[in-house]
Design a protein around this ligand. Sequence first.
Ligand SMILES: *[C@@H]1O[C@H](CO)[C@@H](O)[C@H](O)[C@H]1NC(C)=O
Ligand SMILES: *[C@@H]1O[C@H](CO)[C@@H](O)[C@H](O)[C@H]1NC(C)=O
Ligand SMILES: *[C@@H]1O[C@H](CO)[C@@H](O)[C@H](O)[C@H]1NC(C)=O
Ligand SMILES: *[C@@H]1O[C@H](CO)[C@@H](O)[C@H](O)[C@H]1NC(C)=O
Ligand SMILES: *[C@@H]1O[C@H](CO)[C@@H](O)[C@H](O)[C@H]1NC(C)=O
Ligand SMILES: *[C@@H]1O[C@H](CO)[C@@H](O)[C@H](O)[C@H]1NC(C)=O
Ligand SMILES: *[C@@H]1O[C@H](CO)[C@@H](O)[C@H](O)[C@H]1NC(C)=O
Ligand SMILES: *[C@@H]1O[C@H](CO)[C@@H](O)[C@H](O)[C@H]1NC(C)=O
Ligand SMILES: *[C@@H]1O[C@H](CO)[C@@H](O)[C@H](O)[C@H]1NC(C)=O
Length: 895
Amino acid sequence: MLVTLALVASALAAKIPVSSLQNIRSTPGNVAPNRFIVELSAPLGNTKRDILSRETHELLYNHMRKRSVSFQVDREFNSPGVFIGAAVTLRDANDRNELASMPGVQAIRPVIMVQPPQPVSSHVVTGVTDPAIPADTESTHIITGVDKLHAQGIIGKGVKVGIIDTGIDWTHPDLGGGIGPGFKIIGGFDFVGDAFNGTNTPMPDPDPLDQCNGHGTHVAGIIGANPGNAFKISGVAFNASLTAYRIFGCNGTTPDDIIVEALLRGVSDGQDILTMSLGGPDGWTEGTASVVSSRISDMGKIVTIAAGNDGADGMFFTSGPGNAIDSISVASLDNTVIPLQNATVLGVQHDPITYFDALPLPVIDTLPIFATSTDTTVADDACDTLPDSTPDLSRFVVIVRRGTCTFVQKLTNIAAKGGNISLIYDDGSGFEDIDVGNFTSALIQAADGEFLVNEFASGANVSLSFPQTGASTQFPDPTGGLISSFTSYGPTNDMFFKPAITAPGGNILSTFPVPLGSFAVLSGTSMATPFIAGVSALLFGVKGNSAEVGRGARNLFETTAQLVPSSLTDGDPLQTAAQQGAGLVNAFQALTTNITIQPGELLTNDTANFVSLHTFTIKNTGTQAELFKISHVPAGTALSLQNGTSFFADGPVPLSTDFATITLSESSVTVHPGQTQEITAHITPPSSADPSILPVFSGFIQIVSANETFHVTYLGVAASLKDVQVVDDTNVFFGIDLPVLTDPAGDLLTNATNFTFVGEDVPQLLVRLDFGTPLLRADLVDPNENIPTTLNKRSTMSFPQDVAGGTSAQIKTIGPLFELDFQPRNTDENDGTELNVFEFDTPTFANGSTIPNGLYKVLLRALKVTGDPTNEADFESWLSPIIGVVVPSNASDST
Ligand SMILES: *[C@@H]1O[C@H](CO)[C@@H](O)[C@H](O)[C@H]1NC(C)=O
Ligand SMILES: *[C@@H]1O[C@H](CO)[C@@H](O)[C@H](O)[C@H]1NC(C)=O
Ligand SMILES: *[C@@H]1O[C@H](CO)[C@@H](O)[C@H](O)[C@H]1NC(C)=O
Ligand SMILES: *[C@@H]1O[C@H](CO)[C@@H](O)[C@H](O)[C@H]1NC(C)=O
Ligand SMILES: *[C@@H]1O[C@H](CO)[C@@H](O)[C@H](O)[C@H]1NC(C)=O
Ligand SMILES: *[C@@H]1O[C@H](CO)[C@@H](O)[C@H](O)[C@H]1NC(C)=O
Ligand SMILES: *[C@@H]1O[C@H](CO)[C@@H](O)[C@H](O)[C@H]1NC(C)=O
Ligand SMILES: *[C@@H]1O[C@H](CO)[C@@H](O)[C@H](O)[C@H]1NC(C)=O
Ligand SMILES: *[C@@H]1O[C@H](CO)[C@@H](O)[C@H](O)[C@H]1NC(C)=O
């Protein structure tokens, strides 16, 4: 059977009957159908590498032709020492198994579609320029010490950074206004073209110009915007040389073979740093782009990758390729301030009113106010047509309350009475950027709105002006200085430490394509990632771009970082290292310290693979002896699962103060110049943490000298991952115990059902994964085979009851329907990530052979995390009702 791995587009997060899945058709998921990346072993010998490598490719193709595998080569990779292989499209996806046995084939991985880098919030600045914005708009530079490095003239000169993104608008004056030698943007390549959306044919060209998306231009500005612009912002390393590798079109996704090609191109172009603000939920370290990124890091290049914006989905939800083992995954910190504007109140005594816009509303005249309601608790202000008594609003600033209907609807009703300038006051939902369409409007805080409305109601003669210069204000962000809640949580399913480090990524002002407004405030780990790329450029600039410096960068950033609390409430624990990594980067200390501490991460793994004893070293490369005090500073223990369930808790993940304990070999140590001291740490998991909620404990061993503070970060889970349920067998999401077989209409199969495999007469399997699995497979078995299964055994079936116990020896399968490696878990969101639908289009096994007509059951098996694929007891299993394959003798196997 040809298996389409598909995610349902419109399933529901709440409990719903499966019958309402009726109209669901499989939609393409994140795996590109029939496309694979084949990795080949390096050719023997190291002379004439190119020739040998060519032969390696040809050898593969010859074997494929010989075995009548019908294929097309989409892309070849030929970077000896990093990655050799090819991206191929197979006419029959089942030929994957043929490929696996061919000589030289090291690995075959499906091509993964990677999401476009979506900012969490986005606000394009559209007003006039404001020359009076204060010089320290760069709050992000201050909290990370980048300002102090700039003051010393450390600006990344001579360092090359490759940006793999949507391209860059190199016409932007603050990005140098050009491309090529001599410019800031020294070059680039467009692998895809404007119209590429992930499924159509890429149209490469040499010019990486992006004037339609903007993401890459914002990223570029964070690294390299020239100072002296209207906003007085600058890049972290504004003298670095940038190269734009454009891998996204204006819209849509991109396959990871293009990411790999861009990475390898970056290596061959001699980039010192490669940065990728992209990715998608994964949880495993095994995707091709992750593997290649990690290898490039091992070469001594610095690769920075976004941690992901899926914080709402809770723990163990790292993004690929951000989970590349040796690369740097970057978390986001909310900026301490949001750059906003003030309006001036006239007629009554009142402080300026801050409105949520980075630039002034383009209003020149001072105008009186008009309130659409004098009731400051009105729920649906201006949601309906305004009354006939409403005056002509064209000469007023209209004050309207948030709530019930969209902002645009309120503004449209106001516009119907001539009103074209409005301030919307908050109703308690929160002070934030709002979507006002084309209207001249912005949000103000509730208290300011209520004041204005009350003054209006009392007949006071209040008016407002919108100064076009000098009214910029650094509004303190209430969550400023905390980890952005959208940052994806680690660790990886194999307990690797992701994210590694945090940088400012929430409410970041940077460059944007000129046709799209030139500047924008965006939020996301996409914005934090280039910040670390910039700091990396400063590092290479100061210490030289050697492989040794590159390989040591993550460790250095981690050990010198600043610890971030979980909230602004005193007494709350530090944020889990599974979300903040080692903390907020301290660029100044990282680049100026004479102390090297390593490793930066002490990973204890799970309780079944527990590593309790760790050592780290403190090395003094300075000229003075230094005394270090060493102590344990725990972070909050993250309670991964919802109590009593096998569902992950949504973010922000609850934290407990049930900490690990650490015994240190020394509590203080003096390290003389040139010396290295070794410290051992014995880590014990929290004693009373309930393993059934998968408590991830973490924290820091702090190392404090007279003038500096360092730390190594530890992380582990106080449970055995093999005990965590993988396959959802509850009825919580769909009102029916999962997994289920349905017909394509979504109707549940509760009894034996025949399928002709003609047209729509095919079965599909619905599987929700509560946790990732290294191996998910489905096989056909004999309908009377007496196989022990672990998941909701049905008693309603007309065949023998499953029995408990048993070993792999007892399982006799007829043939595999599919076998999938390293599957991510599903979410509880209603966006297509909550369920996997496997549609069996044709009556064929995974190897392409025809399934004979007859009666079968489907045996689904999922390997538990850390499970042994050769041990049947490490799998969860489920048996379907009987299906009959009754292909009419004249029906041809078409798909
Ligand atoms: C991208 O999508 C937008 C709207 O979603 C559309 O207006 C634009 O034409 C698209 N661009 C391309 C190149 O397809
Ligand atoms: C991509 O664009 C092509 C046209 O070039 C269109 O047929 C296809 O539906 C688009 N795919 C997506 C996912 O938007
Ligand atoms: C903006 O308004 C706020 C609130 O009234 C005030 O604290 C701040 O000083 C003002 N800033 C400027 C530049 O006017
Ligand atoms: C904004 O204006 C453009 C062109 O003036 C128009 O096409 C578009 O529909 C408007 N959008 C809204 C939300 O009013
Ligand atoms: C944790 O243990 C598992 C099982 O041995 C192993 O596969 C994994 O790589 C380990 N993780 C780390 C971070 O060492
Ligand atoms: C590092 O050592 C140099 C040379 O002794 C010294 O000038 C500098 O202040 C030291 N840096 C720090 C952060 O202690
Ligand atoms: C989980 O449930 C148990 C039993 O209902 C209760 O004792 C425990 O406090 C709960 N734990 C949490 C973290 O809510
Ligand atoms: C710590 O700072 C003080 C004051 O700046 C300086 O005198 C001292 O040398 C520094 N110590 C080290 C070890 O750098
Ligand atoms: C199977 O179930 C369907 C729907 O519940 C029912 O209509 C049909 O009669 C059943 N068939 C048998 C053989 O029990």
